[in-house]
Write a protein that binds this ligand. Structure first.
Ligand SMILES: [Zn+2]
Ligand SMILES: [Zn+2]
Length: 70
């Protein structure tokens, strides 16, 4: 997982509202950059991107709940 510099081509401009995740921008923890990218993985380093953290956490909790109940 190394930054190759490709991510700068997809660099996302900070929106005025400040809500990056809601408009499809994702954060790469390896490149330490926000990029505008459709896929789940960083096109630069291949690391999994962070998008909409609240929703994914909520889904994870729901999954755990169903597993425990069954
Ligand atoms: Zn990069
Ligand atoms: Zn990256």
């Amino acid at each position: 997982m190394v930054c190759k510099g490709i991510c700068t081509r997809h660099k996302a401009i900070k929106p005025k509202s400040g809500q990056r995740y809601t408009i499809g921008q994702k954060r790469c923890q390896v490149c330490q950059i926000f990029i505008y990218w459709q896929g789940p993985w960083c096109p630069c380093c291949g690391y999994r991107l962070r998008g909409k953290p609240r929703n994914s956490k909520f889904k994870e909790m729901m999954m755990l709940n169903t597993i425990i109940k069954n």
